[in-house]
Design a protein around this ligand. Structure first.
Ligand code: ACO
Length: 277
């Protein structure tokens, strides 16, 4: 895929295993147009098994992360175009949920500014979220007469407390990044000038870990949420066996030998020596 042909998205491989995907409509605060949705579907499919990508960072161009759906291009312009609306909605769901939430590598939302409405879906689809102190979050749907639909209502009910989800949905009140961290909408907020360095440090530490283990942990945690105790116990046992079967570097065996016989590391304090996988 020729990333240079993209218009609403930018892809930068950093060369150290981290790939930065940037929503790239800064003049519209990175509001999501149908074109952005279509391009993101292609980009995520391309990067999923890309050998140079071990961690994906999702950010926005300029001073906004994402101002939600483009009210003109995604909503009003498609009102009377059922086929175009169907295809845009399909792509919108496919990249923000189907592809991003199950992306086979760790994903980090690097929130550099505004994050409104529909942007909460990709925020929750990412495994980690770090924001600049000056970022602003908001469930602004109520302010223009709609509800937090398109999965937003679901991800906030799963991810926030009932009180916070209802408060921010019904008041439409914006929140700053410190508040977002306090209610666990994001992992943490950092001074704007540190955002990139903090994100890259997390990405670097994740890219040193066993990728198959990370992938299985992520799948396990995401899917176990909707299960009963019995289903979860059985599923997690099956995932544990799957990991032993699939892991090309036999991490479990290596780690056990290094701990029990070689006594070369303390698993509670750091990871086993992966050598040169
Ligand atoms: N849809 C379409 N266009 C948008 C959107 C959007 N969601 N957000 C910003 N824009 C456009 C503006 O119309 C403007 O276009 P113009 O230059 O052609 O007039 C341009 O982006 C810049 O926007 P401003 O409002 O001038 O920028 P400012 O920095 O002052 O404010 C802010 C930014 C706070 C993000 C403001 O634009 C805003 O409130 N946007 C709407 C955010 C929102 O409610 N999103 C949820 C949408 S609903 C959903 O996602 C389901």
């Amino acid at each position: 895929m020729d990333f240079k042909k993209l218009q609403a998205v930018k892809v930068d491989r950093e060369g150290d295993g981290t790939t930065i995907v940037t929503l790239n409509r800064p003049e519209k605060r990175n509001a999501m147009s149908p074109q952005m949705h279509f391009e993101m579907v292609d980009v995520l499919k391309e990067l999923a098994e890309d050998r140079e990508t071990r961690v994906l960072v999702l950010t926005g161009a300029g001073d906004s992360w994402c101002a939600g759906q483009d009210i003109k291009l995604f909503f009003r312009d498609l009102d009377d175009k059922p086929k175009e609306r169907y295809l845009a909605r399909l792509a919108n769901h496919e990249w923000r949920w189907t592809l991003l939430s199950t992306f086979p590598k760790p994903t980090i939302a690097m929130v550099n500014g505004y994050c409104f409405g529909g942007a909460f879906v990709q925020l929750y689809a990412c495994d980690f979220a770090i924001a600049a102190d000056n970022a602003t979050f908001g469930l602004s749907e109520v302010n223009w007469g709609i509800l937090p639909g398109g999965l937003v209502g679901k991800v906030i009910m799963d991810g926030l407390s009932y009180r916070d989800a209802v408060w921010y949905s019904m008041t439409g009140e914006p929140m700053d990044a410190k508040t977002a961290a306090a209610i666990r909408l994001i992992n943490k907020s950092v001074p704007a000038e540190m955002l990139r360095a903090e994100t890259m440090a997390l990405a670097a530490s994740l890219s040193k870990k066993n990728p198959q283990t990370l992938r299985t942990i992520k799948e396990s945690l995401r899917f176990v949420r909707g299960m009963s105790i019995e289903q979860a116990a059985d599923y997690l046992l099956a995932k544990e066996r799957e990991l032993r079967f699939l892991d090309p570097e036999s991490g479990r065996e290596k780690a056990t030998t290094q701990f029990l016989e070689e006594k070369t590391y303390r698993p509670g304090l750091g990871e086993y020596n992966r050598g040169n996988p």
